[in-house]
Structures are given as C-alpha cells and as structure tokens.
Design a protein around this ligand. Structure first.
Ligand SMILES: *[C@@H]1O[C@H](CO)[C@@H](O)[C@H](O)[C@H]1NC(C)=O
Ligand SMILES: *[C@@H]1O[C@H](CO)[C@@H](O)[C@H](O)[C@H]1NC(C)=O
Ligand SMILES: *[C@@H]1O[C@H](CO)[C@@H](O)[C@H](O)[C@H]1NC(C)=O
Ligand SMILES: *[C@@H]1O[C@H](CO)[C@@H](O)[C@H](O)[C@H]1NC(C)=O
Length: 449
C-alpha cells in the first residue's frame, strides 16, 4: 500500500506521508480483541497532498478558506482515480466554511487544528433541510457548517487526534443577546451521503450541534472526542438524523446539550419528507452534560426504529436517557433497546415523554400523534440520582411495550418516585419501585425475553 502512495515528495513531506501510510496500515478502527466494533472498510487513497501546498499557512492568523477549497477541487478532479488524502499538518489552520468531496480523506495530524474564523458576517447561507422546513432555531435559511458535505460517497475524516475548533463563543453570545439573524452552523454536517467514517478527531466548541449526519447511510463515528462548555447553548454532540445504518462507538462527549440524539425531522415537514432513522448502533460512550446522555428526539417525525445502545457511562447529567416526542410530531419511535448503563449524578435517571419540544410554525397538525412502541431499558445502575424519572405517554396514543428491567437508581437521601401516565408495559427489578402502570399490565413476556 505504501507503494500505491505517491512518494515523489520533498523530504519533509515524505516523512509525513510515511506517517500517514503507517497510520492507514494500522487498522484504526480495531479495538481490543473480542469487542464488537462498527463495521467499516477503511478507504485506501491513491494520492496524498498537504493543505500547505495549496497556499495554506498554519499560523493561526492567515485565512485558509481558499486553500481548502483549492485542495478539495483538486481531489474532486481525481475522483475517477480513487480520490486523495488531504493532510493537515501540525499548526493552527484558520478557515471559513468549506465543502468536502467524494473519495476524500481529511487527515488531521497530531497538533493540527482546523479553526473556524469568528468573522460570522462572511459565513455562507444555505437552504433549510426539507425535513425541517426552516432553520432549526430561526425561520429561513441557515449558516453552512464549518466542514460540509452534500451528496457524497466515501468520505473519511480522521487523523492523530487533531482538533476541529468551531470557536463557537461568538455564536453563543449572539444567541444569548438575541442578535442571530439565522440558525447557527454545525461544526460538521454531512447531507445525503454514503460511506462516511469519522474517527480519531477532537470536535470542540461548535457554534450549534457538533456532528450532524442527515439523510445518510453507512456512517461510522468512532474514537472521537466532542467538547463544549456545559453552558454553551444547543451544542449537541452527535445527532444522526433521518439516517440509516449508523454506528457510533468508543467516544467521549461533554457538551452543553444532549450528548447523542437520534432525530428524523420536524412536524409537518418531517412527516411529508418521511425519512426515518433506522439501524443505529451506539456503544461505549462516556460523557457528561446538563441535558441527556442518550436521547431520541424530540424531532422524530420521519420515525426512529431499530436502535441498539449499550455500555453507556454518564456522570453529572441532566437526564440519563431521554426519549422525547410531542403531539404534532407524528412518526414513530419503536424497537429501541438501551442496556448496560452506569449513571453517576443526574436530575432524572430516565424520561420517556410525549410533551417535549416546540413546533416549527402554526401549520403543524396537533392531531398527528407519534406512536411509541417497544422501548426496552435494562441493566441500568445509577447513583446520586434525584428523580427516578417518568414515563408519560399521550392520552390518545398510549406508549406501549415500555420495558424497564433491572433498573436501579439510588440517591443521597431518597430518590424521587417514578411518574407514569398513558403507558403500558412491564417493569422487573426496578428501584425505586415502579409505577402501577408498568406492573399491572399483561405485557411482561415482552419484558422478560
Ligand atoms: C459547497 O458546494 C455547494 C454545492 O454542493 C455550492 O453550491 C457551494 O457554493 C459550495 N460552498 C463553498 C463555500 O464552497
Ligand atoms: C483513538 O485515537 C487515538 C488518538 O487519535 C489513537 O492514539 C488511538 O490509536 C485510536 N484508537 C483506535 C482504536 O483507533
Ligand atoms: C485527544 O485529545 C483530547 C482533547 O485534548 C484528549 O482529551 C484525549 O486524551 C486525546 N486522546 C489521545 C489518545 O491522545
Ligand atoms: C429491532 O432492532 C434490532 C437492531 O437494534 C434488529 O436487529 C431487529 O431485527 C429489530 N426487530 C424488529 C422486529 O424489527
């Protein structure tokens, strides 16, 4: 494979290329033996190029937007020959937003920082997503994400723990002062793309959600770190949205909103677009934040199904696990299993609720009720939990087959009790003792399997 890399480079570059070759030879996605890992074919690239050879300067002051755009255009022209790896050397590479292309590896070397410019006035606007109908926080268009991909295949973002830094504080301040003209940008958004791998990179201080794969399939996110202050607004860690076959594992996330949240569009726009999130696997996630550790929703109008989550380790949380939807959302949330969770410190252990989240505009149809069926939460052990939590369905759409099995939540003095309404299902080995709605129904067999 080293031979397939073009090593006709200057001496320094050749050394770096060799490091890249070595990094690609070692399967970066292999965890310790015997552990299950996300399936992913790590792409091989026929060529290597450094952003420095496109006029880039990594001094933290020069603006590299044009250098990244030139490099990506070059890789795009190599599409038929297997694309290329774009090497970002150690240094601080200040840039405005740029697009990725197909058959591209973005490789951040150790000590490399791709840093977003704080000149928000030059940030391009793009159309709202059809499944949202408008920007998520304000009507109209929205700012393009710092690193952006649309309609791509075979994209790999990786490296040696380099950092993608959104310098989000200017955006958070605009949000706090209510001076934002449009919805804030994500740090990384990949739209309508297939075969996307994101690994060994730090995402830091995103203006809005950090990593947003939307209308994608075959997405692997592994061994990433996502960091933002706990008081930074809406800095969700990873939000798979109307996407299928997504695998997220071995990552550390500490942000100001939900650490991982599965979504699928917003009210009438999401219902009309009708693209579910399905086939999602999440495992071995550690982290902390003021909202949920693992969430589904609240935007779930295209439906969310076939989700398997295991080995979560959260501390200092608002809510451990939060399944949230609302009247007017429509869609469904079904066949969700979450297991092997440890929680140290949370206001609520678990919430499954049908009255969460706002609406895009006055045209939503409140009679479009979500269906929530088949949610199993098992083997949860929590300490320093204030309220066990709640399972609250919708009167005309009772949440069914909700199963709590071996869920033990402990608090300092006594944990606040479970609250339930409009729900049926089973509860087995639950502490504090579960509400009658979950112990008096005939659906125990579903829960004991
Ligand atoms: C990104 O690509 C889109 C086409 O998908 C194009 O319209 C847009 O101008 C590009 N933006 C930048 C900043 O290069
Ligand atoms: C995870 O990322 C770190 C830093 O980039 C790297 O040293 C380590 O080898 C990676 N682990 C795996 C399993 O790829
Ligand atoms: C990668 O960087 C993050 C953030 O600086 C750090 O917390 C983590 O330990 C690093 N990982 C490795 C393997 O160096
Ligand atoms: C439920 O989801 C899992 C993946 O988490 C999948 O393997 C299984 O086939 C699904 N069950 C049904 C009945 O669709």
């Amino acid at each position: 494979m080293v031979a397939s890399l073009r090593l006709s480079l200057a001496a320094a570059a050749a050394a770096a290329a060799l490091a890249v070759a070595v990094a690609l030879l070692l399967p970066p996605l292999a965890a310790a033996q015997g552990e299950t890992t996300c399936p992913a074919d790590v792409p091989r690239r026929g060529a290597w190029m450094s952003v420095a050879s496109f006029g880039g300067v990594g001094d933290g002051r020069a603006l590299n937007t044009a250098a990244f755009a030139r490099a990506v255009a070059r890789i795009e022209r190599r599409r038929a020959r297997g694309g290329a790896l774009l090497y970002v050397p150690a240094g601080v590479w200040l840039t405005g937003p740029f697009n990725l292309t197909s058959h591209m590896t973005l490789f951040l070397a150790r000590g490399a920082v791709i840093r977003a410019t704080q000149d928000t006035s030059s940030w391009p606007l793009i159309d709202p997503l059809p499944s949202y109908g408008r920007g998520r926080e304000l009507p109209g268009g929205r700012y393009m994400s710092l690193i952006h991909g649309d309609g791509l295949q075979d994209v790999f973002i990786t490296g040696e723990n380099g950092t993608i830094d959104g310098q989000g504080s200017v955006w958070w301040d605009m949000w706090r002062k209510r001076t934002l003209p449009f919805t804030r940008p994500h740090l990384l958004e990949v739209i309508s793309s297939t075969d996307v791998i994101i690994s060994n990179v730090v995402f830091q201080d995103s203006p809005f959600w950090n990593i947003h794969p939307v209308y994608c399939s075959n997405v692997v996110i592994t061994n990433v770190t996502v960091l933002a202050p706990h008081d930074s607004p809406n800095t969700d860690g990873i939000d798979p949205d109307s996407s299928s076959n997504v695998c997220i594992e071995d990552s550390y996330i500490s942000t100001g909103d939900d650490l991982i949240s599965i979504k699928s569009g917003w009210d009438e726009y999401g219902i009309a677009f009708g693209r579910p999130s399905s086939g999602i696997t999440i495992r071995r996630i550690t982290g902390s934040g003021p909202f949920a550790g693992f969430a589904v929703g609240s935007e779930t109008s295209g439906g969310v199904e076939n989700v398997h989550v295991e080995h979560l380790n959260f501390f200092g949380m608002g809510v451990g696990i939060h399944v949230k939807t609302n009247s007017g959302r429509g869609g469904f949330i079904r066949n969700i299993t979450v297991s092997e969770v440890t929680l140290n410190g949370a206001r609520y252990g678990l919430r499954i609720a049908g009255d969460v989240g706002g609406h895009p505009d006055a045209s939503y149809d409140p009679s479009k009720l979500p269906v929530v069926d088949g949610v199993t939460i098992k083997n949860v052990w929590g300490q320093n939990i204030r309220q066990a939590g709640l399972v609250r369905g919708i009167r005309d759409s009772v949440f069914s087959r909700i199963c709590l099995s071996n869920v033990k939540l402990y608090g300092g003095d006594s944990v606040g009790p479970w609250k339930c309404r409009a729900v049926s299902g089973g509860a087995l080995d639950v502490q504090p003792s579960p509400c009658a709605e979950l112990t008096s129904t005939s659906e125990m067999s579903f829960c004991t399997n």
